[in-house]
Write a protein that binds this ligand. Structure first.
Ligand code: BES
Ligand code: ZN
Length: 883
């Protein structure tokens, strides 16, 4: 039998629900394999529904129906129709009514980790996007908002902690003491995807926060026993995020308690359930010995992100899942702004742009390209993408750039006032900015519906006699799947013109107006801007601060790029120029290698880099970013056709080694100077010093002299924190030699009992470009600490190998592709959401050279033919293959 091809859900088919549920009472009796869920729903017809006579159809899947009562009367099986995914009443009362439903679920058997499941013995839920239907029959859609009261009952030894959304109403023992219970009430109407409950034997740390209006909020973070100290940073981050949202956006917290629970098995990073955030434990637990600076940073930003959802996502939610960027893009923008304020604004922008380009630009250039507001999906879990998140955040940022900060804030205030308590749309969001600022954003809206990364082709002409500089700008809009033709977009292009002394010249337009914010509104396919009163040929600094998510093309000489690196008043663009210089050097070297020549380019770049990195008045974190070469996948994206990952890898290592040799004494000096002084602190400045020192170490190590390898091994054994230790571990695992196994063994012996830290050990091996890596990764899938049912393990081993090791994943013999196919097929039987994510490692397969392309196709076809595969995997594999 052929599997049913799933039918896509379309944005244009959106209809308001025929019924509303305004009140839910849940009574959950926790049991490892047979949890009983009683639900009492207050249902009524939706006055805004188009059809008034539609029967009530509830979503439900993977659950066992035990009983159903309508207004207190038990229904017979002939009174409703049951399918694998729904329950429909045959006769639906016209007047408001009560429905009582009893279902049974099996948390222990739930390996998809959606709905109610168990992780390390802890009961927990994940309902976004459509997990609530795996707990009980319900209108599982975000535009149905209800107030929830939840009673949880459990064995007090198995689950002494019982949590749900909102405030605690009561708790107690049930006669006999064999069971206990807790009742929680959330006064804020919410869609069921924000429902959560937790039951387990957990420890916690507590603190409190006084809101701007003087209300005291209890804060608590629940973690595994013995991990209390490692939760302190998350708590600190939470309090800073709460304060920041008051100050920057005027948003105050609204419940008496805010709970965070860390669990080991979790499909995503974290989830914003109202008043009860649930986190992947790797994004809560951190101590200097166990977590890197990158982890500290990630914890700060994810804690903030989920907290910020309380307003952007929870108080105002999404009308339907096509509007996902309304909460995710906006909340990513908010967490980026938070991190920029807490740390260095420029470095934060560099990190965000790097991420955007490496994830979203890649997605946009391949078969999985889709608009920020998609118009169709088969499995919504497949649309929590870099496009919705990172590009979605860029669109909000562009609104801020176009309107200016003040008007932007006015628009946000209007949005919060106008739509509080509602399920809103992207269009309504934009309308708030139009209404608050008087700006027409009609053309800007196209950003939400058109996929693909625009290219801005720019050129500068200078007329010495007239003292005029002309900037010609053309926007090219490459076709994407289902969108062959596109309309021109409204692109805010922030620029500066550097005079010979390196300073910005005033931007006087022809009409005499001065462009004081430097932002040119690009709205046509082709446009020219004439600047007057320009004394000499200027060097253009374009797309300052990365003012729009576009690819920029402009013909500049190496000298111009070096000049911008050294002089640009916008520090982001200094970095961008350095990065451009490195990129063009690497691309040229790949070309030379492909012709069988030596990869000879790099001296000029290395020198220019030395000049700027030498400057110790710059922040250490910023200098560290300058030292980081573009990744192999960045280079592959730029090359875009006939990609040979082996050559890119070779060009990459050779350039690193050339820089290491050219700047040897500078890098050694930095390495010594940035050595730790005093106790560890996770703050941005200290982290920056460690990043700079480790960056120098990486380039020095690339020379591969004995002295360099000795330094590296010492770095590992002398490390007093995980940042240094993990950095050395990855480098040693990449470089091979005798030390490699010694260090891997040392790390394993030290951390094998730590479920979070040991993932670094798996990842360091999967990351290695050595030829034996595939063999080792295969062996590690059999390791007792590895499990396909644990998403963090899958991401650390298989994810790192497939997505962060281009040279070994893209072996010319296709063996790694076949390995990934095996893993995806096996994983799909347990956890389709994670299987589909791993599969996206193939998203750029068409850009590969012919031999690898043929190998990748074979592996993909095998996945496509696999029996019983999930909709999640089918959707991705068919898109990847069809393109
Ligand atoms: N709402 C999401 C979590 C989610 C995603 C649930 C997909 C169900 C399906 C949450 O707010 C989120 O975006 N988490 C991110 C981290 C964030 C900092 C970008 C994640 O989990 O990766
Ligand atoms: Zn989010």
């Amino acid at each position: 039998m052929k599997p049913k091809t799933p039918r896509p859900i379309l944005l244009k088919n959106y209809r308001p629900p025929a019924h509303l549920i305004n009140k839910v009472d849940l009574d959950v009796e926790l049991h490892p394999t047979r949890t009983r869920v009683r639900s009492r729903l207050s249902v009524r017809a939706n006055p805004k529904a188009r059809s008034k006579k539609a029967p009530l159809r509830l979503d439900g899947t993977h659950i066992e129906l035990a009983e159903i009562k309508l207004n207190g009367k038990k229904l017979a099986s002939t009174d409703y129709k049951l399918t694998d995914t729904s329950l429909t009443l045959i006769k639906t009362p016209a007047k408001p009514f009560t429905l009582e439903i009893v279902t049974f679920v099996n948390p222990e058997a739930n390996k998809a980790l959606q709905g109610l499941y168990r992780t390390n013995g802890v009961y927990c839920t994940q309902c976004e996007a459509e997990g609530f239907r795996r707990i009980t029959y319900f209108l599982d859609r975000p535009d149905v908002l209800a107030t929830f009261t939840v009673r949880i009952e459990a064995n007090p030894e198995e689950a002494p902690v019982l949590l749900a959304n909102g405030n605690l109403l009561e708790r107690g023992l049930i006669v006999g003491g064999k069971r206990h219970y807790a009742v929680w009430h959330d006064p804020f109407p919410k869609p069921c995807y924000l429902f959560a409950l937790v039951g387990g034997d957990l420890s916690s740390i507590a603190s409190s926060f006084r809101t701007i209006s003087g209300r005291e909020v209890d804060l608590r973070i629940y973690i595994e026993h013995g991990k209390e100290e490692r939760a302190a940073w998350a708590m600190d981050s939470l309090k800073r995020a709460m304060r920041w949202d008051e100050e920057r956006f005027g948003r105050e917290y609204d419940l008496e308690v805010f709970n965070v629970v860390a669990v080991s098995d979790f499909n995503m990073g974290a989830m914003e359930n109202k008043g009860l955030n649930i986190f992947n434990d790797r994004l809560v637990l951190a101590s200097p010995e166990s977590a890197t600076d990158t982890t500290f940073e990630a914890i700060e930003s994810v804690v903030a992100h989920e907290y910020f959802h309380n307003w952007t996502g929870n108080r105002i939610t999404c009308r339907d899942w096509f509007q996902l960027c309304l909460k995710e893009g906006l909340t990513v923008f908010r967490d980026q702004e938070f991190s920029g304020d807490e740390r260095s604004e420029t470095v934060q922008r560099i990190l965000d742009v790097r991420r955007l380009k490496s994830l979203q630009f890649t997605e946009d250039a391949g078969p999985l390209a889709h608009p920020v507001r998609p118009e169709s999906y088969i499995e919504i879990n497949n649309f929590y993408t870099a496009t919705v998140y990172e590009k979605g955040a860029e669109l909000v940022r562009m609104i801020q750039t176009i309107l200016g900060r003040e008007n932007f804030r006015r628009g946000m205030d209007l949005y919060f006032n106008r739509h509080d308590g509602q399920a809103a749309t992207v269009d309504e969001f934009i309308a708030c900015f139009e209404d608050a600022s008087g700006t027409n954003l009609t053309q800007f809206r196209l950003w939400y519906s058109q996929a693909g990364t625009p290219e801005l082709v720019c050129s500068l002409r200078y007329d010495k006699a007239k003292r005029q500089a002309n900037l010609d700008v053309e926007q090219l809009l490459p076709p994407t799947p289902d969108q062959p033709h596109k309309k021109p977009l409204h692109i805010p292009l922030k620029i500066g013109l550097l005079g010979g002394n390196g300073h910005d010249v005033a931007l006087k337009l022809e009409d005499g107006k001065e462009l004081d914010d430097g932002v040119l509104p690009i709205t046509k396919r082709k446009q020219s801007f004439r600047f007057t009163n320009v004394p000499n040929r200027p060097v253009p600094s374009l797309l300052r601060g990365f003012s729009a998510p576009v690819n920029l093309t402009i013909n500049l000489s190496d000298d111009d790029v070096a000049f911008l690196m050294a002089n640009d008043a916008d520090p982001f663009n200094c970095w961008q120029s350095a990065n451009n210089f490195a990129t063009r050097t690497l691309v040229e070297n790949v070309r030379l290698l492909a012709k069988g020549k030596r990869a000879s380019k790099g001296q000029l770049y290395a020198k220019a880099l030395g000049e700027i990195v030498r400057n110790d008045t710059l922040e250490a974190a910023y200098r560290a970013e300058l030292l980081r070469l573009p990744s192999s996948s960045d280079i592959a994206r730029v090359i875009s056709k006939n990609v040979d990952p082996t050559l890119i890898h070779r060009a990459h290592s050779q350039l690193a080694s050339m820089i290491g040799r050219t700047l040897g004494s500078l890098l050694e000096a930095i390495y010594d100077e940035m050595a730790e002084d005093g106790p560890f602190s996770p703050d941005a400045e200290s982290a920056g010093r460690r990043a700079l020192r480790n960056g120098a170490l990486t380039l020095l190590t690339a020379r591969r002299t004995n002295r360099d390898l000795t330094r590296l091994s010492k770095h590992y054994f002398k490390a007093s924190n995980m940042t240094d230790q993990a950095h050395a571990l990855f480098l040693l695992s990449a470089h091979g030699g005798m030390e490699r196994q010694r260090v891997l063994n040392d790390f394993y012996e030290h951390w094998k009992a730590d479920n979070v830290v040991i993932d670094t050990w798996f990842a360091a091996q999967a990351h290695s470009p050595l030829a034996a890596t595939l063999r080792q990764v295969k062996k590690l899938t059999k390791h007792p600490l590895f499990s396909l049912a644990a998403p963090n393990k899958v991401r650390a081993l298989i994810g790192t190998f497939a997505m962060a090791n281009p040279v070994q994943f893209n072996r010319p013999d296709g063996a790694s592709y076949q390995f990934l196919a095996d893993q995806v097929i096996a994983l799909d039987r347990l956890n389709p959401q994670i299987a589909a994510r791993m599969l996206s490692a193939f998203r750029s397969w068409r850009a590969l050279e012919t031999g690898r392309k043929a190998q990748a196709r074979k592996a993909l076809q095998r996945i496509a033919k696999a029996k019983g595969s999930s909709h999640d995997v089918q959707e991705i594999v068919s898109k990847i293959l069809e393109s």
